[in-house]
Design a protein around this ligand. Structure first.
Ligand code: PEP
Ligand code: MG
Length: 883
């Protein structure tokens, strides 16, 4: 078996495609060699050795030693040196390199091969004794730290003490003689810890470092990181051994990192920093301030230190040449490491660079415009979830944050304003022209108006699909939910956290993208829906198959949804309109009525409101499909609470407050989410469904007449568990459609369908499809009922469940494909068997989650529906799923 692959001098045994075998770093070093770029020669020990090592009681394949020796000979030949040769020593670096970049693993040992003898040879060769001993002491500390596991601080203490005694401030103040003295002390430290001297034999050093790399694959930090990022332990890491080039060989030497494009803005410019007379660790350590690479960046930063462009023009020119080659070759923005040794530039690493969402968008679009990648590839280059960062105001990355508490990042973006503790105060603040943050233990449908009035919402209870979270996302308002360490005192209008009390009127900022609650007004930046955003979205739209609809009910939401590219409404939750204006009084009247006649009186008051709402919705969505769901939530949610509310409703109904209270008592439920809700309401109180159906059809007729565009409403029945339920409700809807058509003399095309949001409905989808013309998967309730986890109370244990790895992700955020997903898949299949081509969509929160969208694509769903602000994310995710 071949365990070792060499590279250098314009050729290599490996190449970029061999990432699995050579790791990311090794594959790219080989590739750069093949491209003829200046890469110090070296070799990669494959990831298969790592696997072998752990499969064979931490031992190596027998052929490995010979292959490493041969590779070292090759490197020696290319550099004109020999490993361990006291007169002309080859020195090497040893680095780990897994398939995916993995912090937590052993990183780097530089200057390996130095010992008391070879250090003299290095001094002679470089003509610089100080440089040689500086390199040796670096090697001893680094090797001791990562291979011998003797902590850095032991060496640093000795160094600091020495500098104090000598009156030095900088490491560069130390002379060769100083380093020699210190090296003696360093060796003493090692011997004390190890019980034997620092290894002088280069072979022993090398195998020690190789063993440390493989050993670090199984250290706790690496294991933890793999767990978090779903990297299998079986992948293993490679080891890269490479001839040293020295950035610390005086003023014509340097080391640095550079990006081929600006990683925060995406601008096409060489961007990075470097340090003269330094080795790699110095850049990372941050002891010395690095210099800019380009003059332009230096001027922009107002730095007085010369740029690489000005100070090392030749090496700079070489870097510019190479970055062009690399970017064209890899067809992506690269993150490169380089070293300049005595004026000559060497490349040590290249890889795809990490970037912000904004930069990702710009880079993808520009690479496609430059013809380096196709439009479809550009679509694949942007993480859909990251678009969230672009659609809302966000906290200025440079701003200071005083974090008061953290909760769930329930709805992205940042907002600031004075604290209010109820919806009335939120509205009052808004009317007075002041911005506010609505802070509640939890919110309910009654708070909709307060949530509308507030800039952002903060709750101390509730998960990612709690009322506050869902509604805030729908409104595009930032929300932090379940910030459980905060105690709210409604009576005193204060909130307390960590010994600090914030009173009504004080300013808070919330960061709904991070789930943070911050003290005071923190600086923000506005979203930029620049040209690149629109361009990439256009390409995504060309690529995707599934339609994207929005969950929206208010005109504002519907307009926002259209602005973001929604192709219809997949879920209009009619009850959300019940709290607008003074409608709630009529709604309460209806609920609390003693009999059908009483209900009909109240419903007659609601009809014109509903009709007007639907006319507006149909007009805004002109020509696009609109799915309207009949009343769904438990009536319980609409009950009056305060004495005034009860008195108000009693007045409107001409009944006594006492009687009303008794009726409200009767309607109280222990488990409202599993109670009198959904189609159960329509079955027991058919007049409610009739009123809603009438409003829908009258509005359809009116809007069609007004706009000239056909309106095809899709009437949706919630929480169905049997076909019989759907049939009963459908009969009412059909009858009402007939009636309205006769009354208005207009033909109305419409469909009646159902939500699939109970396991029984999914299982019986075959017979339900006999009556339903479409299915919309309500995966919020389907998750809740399949897992037996209340969506409103899950926050307290779901977090720990995810942390412990019991479940992979919050099932209310990312669809549980194995469980809930199987029900969806089975229902889709059974529905189609009954009704060929039945229209299938999803309108649970998962409709805006990229992983769940991919799953929907695989099931062949026709559309996904999500809150308006997630529409762009869904468009991009659906495109990626289709490519
Ligand atoms: C659902 O259950 O997935 C759904 C969309 O309905 P709601 O969230 O209104 O219960
Ligand atoms: Mg539901």
């Amino acid at each position: 078996t071949k365990w070792v692959y060499t590279f250098g001098d314009g050729q290599a045994e490996g190449e970029a495609g061999m990432r699995n075998l050579l790791g990311g770093k090794g594959a790219n070093l080989a590739e750069m060699s093949n491209l003829g770029l200046p890469v110090p020669p070296g070799f990669t020990i494959t990831t298969e050795v790592c696997t072998y090592y752990y499969d064979h009681g931490q031992s190596y394949p027998p052929e490995l030693e010979g292959q490493v020796r041969a590779a070292l000979d090759t490197v020696g030949r290319l550099t004109g040196r020999a490993f361990g040769d006291p007169a002309n020593p080859l020195l090497v670096s040893v680095r780990s390199g897994a398939r995916a970049s993995m912090p937590g693993m052993m990183d780097t040992v530089l200057n390996l091969g130095l010992n008391d003898g070879t250090v003299e040879a290095l001094a002679r060769a470089a003509g610089d004794e100080r440089f040689a001993y500086d390199s040796y002491r670096r090697f001893i500390t680094m090797y001791s730290n990562v291979v011998l596991e003797i902590d850095h601080h032991h060496f640093e203490e000795v160094l600091d003490g020495y500098k104090d005694r000598k009156g030095y401030t900088l490491d560069t103040d130390l002379t060769a003689a100083d380093w020699k003295t210190l090296i003696g002390q360093y060796k003493g430290i090692v011997e004390r810890h190890l019980g034997r001297p620092f290894p002088q034999d280069p072979q022993e050093q090398l195998w020690g470092a190789i063993g440390a790399v493989f050993g670090s694959w199984m250290n706790n930090r690496a294991i933890k990181y793999r767990e978090l990022h779903a990297i299998p332990a079986s992948w293993g890491t490679a080891v890269n051994v490479q001839a040293m080039v020295f950035g610390n060989m005086g003023e014509t030497s340097a080391t640095g990192v550079a990006f081929t494009r600006n990683p925060s803005t995406g601008e096409s410019e060489l961007y990075g920093e470097f340090l003269i007379n330094a080795q790699g660790e110095d850049v990372v350590a941050g002891i010395r301030t690095p210099q800019d690479i380009t003059e332009r960046a230096r001027i922009a930063a107002g730095s007085t230190k010369p740029s690489m462009e000005a100070e090392m023009p030749e090496a700079y020119g070489e870097l510019v040449r190479i970055y062009g080659i690399l970017e064209r070759h890899y067809r992506d923005m690269q993150d490169m490491e380089f070293t300049i040794e005595a004026g000559k530039l060497w490349m040590l690493q290249t890889r795809s660079g990490k970037r912000t969402a904004k930069a990702a968008l710009r880079i993808a679009v520009e690479l496609a415009s430059e013809g380096l990648i196709s439009e479809a590839e550009a679509v694949g280059r942007v993480d859909p979830a990251s678009l969230d960062q672009l659609l809302h105001p966000t906290i200025d990355p440079k701003a200071d944050r005083t974090i008061l508490a953290t909760g769930l990042p329930a709805s992205p973006g940042a907002a600031a304003g004075e604290v209010v503790f109820n919806s009335e105060d939120a509205e009052a603040a808004r009317k007075a022209g002041r911005k506010c943050i609505l802070v509640r233990i939890e919110t309910s449908p009654e708070d909709i108006h307060g949530m509308h009035a507030a800039e952002g919402i903060l709750t101390t209870r509730g998960g990612m699909t709690s009322h506050a979270a869902v509604v805030a996302r729908g409104m595009g308002k930032p929300c932090v939910s379940g910030a459980g360490t905060i105690r709210i005192d409604y009576a005193n209008q204060t909130m307390t956290v960590g010994g600090r009390t914030v009173a009504k009127g004080e300013i808070l900022t919330i960061d709904g993208s991070m789930g943070q609650v911050l003290l005071g007004q923190v600086k923000m930046q506005e979203p930029e829906l620049s040209g690149e955003f629109a361009t990439l979205m256009g390409w995504a739209d060309k690529a995707r198959r599934m339609k994207i609809r929005a969950n929206a009910e208010t005109p504002l939401d519907a307009r926002t949804a259209r602005t973001f590219g929604a192709e219809g409404i997949g879920l209009c939750r009619t009850e959300h309109m019940f709290f607008e204006g003074d409608r709630i009084v009529a709604v309460r009247e209806m609920i609390l009525a003693e009999d059908e006649a009483g209900r009909r009186t109240a419903l007659a008051k609601l009809l014109p409101y509903q009709r007007a709402d639907f006319v507006e919705l149909f007009t805004i969505m002109s020509g696009l499909p609109v799915t309207i769901r009949l009343l769904d939530p438990p009536l319980h949610e609409f009950l009056p609470h305060t004495e005034e509310e009860i008195a108000e409703v009693a007045g409107a109904m001409g009944t006594s407050a006492e009687k009303l209270k008794r009726r409200a008592q009767e309607l109280h439920e222990f488990n409202p989410m599993l109670g009198f809700r959904g189609c159960r309401l329509a079955i027991l109180y058919p007049e409610i469904a009739e009123m809603q159906a009438r409003a829908i059809f009258e509005a359809a007729a009116e809007a069609a007449k007004a706009t000239g565009a056909p309106v095809t409403p899709e009437v949706m029945v919630p929480l169905v568990m049997t076909k019989a339920e759907l049939d009963l409700v459908k009969a009412r809807i059909d009858a009402m459609a007939q009636a309205v058509m006769t009354e208005t003399g207009t033909q109305i095309e419409y469909q009646v369908g159902t939500m699939i949001e109970l396991p029984r409905a999914a299982l019986r989808a075959g017979d339900i499809a006999e009556s339903a013309e479409f299915f919309s998967f309500g995966t919020n309730d389907l998750t809740q009922t399949t897992l037996g986890i209340s969506r409103d109370d899950a926050a307290s244990f779901l977090g720990p469940y995810v942390q412990k790895g019991i479940i992979e992700a919050d099932p209310f955020v990312t669809l549980d494909q194995e469980g809930v997903g199987e029900l969806v898949s089975l229902a889709a299949e059974r529905g189609r068997r009954t009704r060929n081509g039945i229209k299938l969509g999803i309108c649970g929160e998962h409709g805006g989650d990229p992983a769940s969208i991919r799953f929907c694509q695989s099931l062949g769903l026709d559309y996904v529906s999500c809150s308006p602000y997630r529409v762009p994310i869904a468009r991009l995710a659906a495109a990626q799923a289709a490519i």
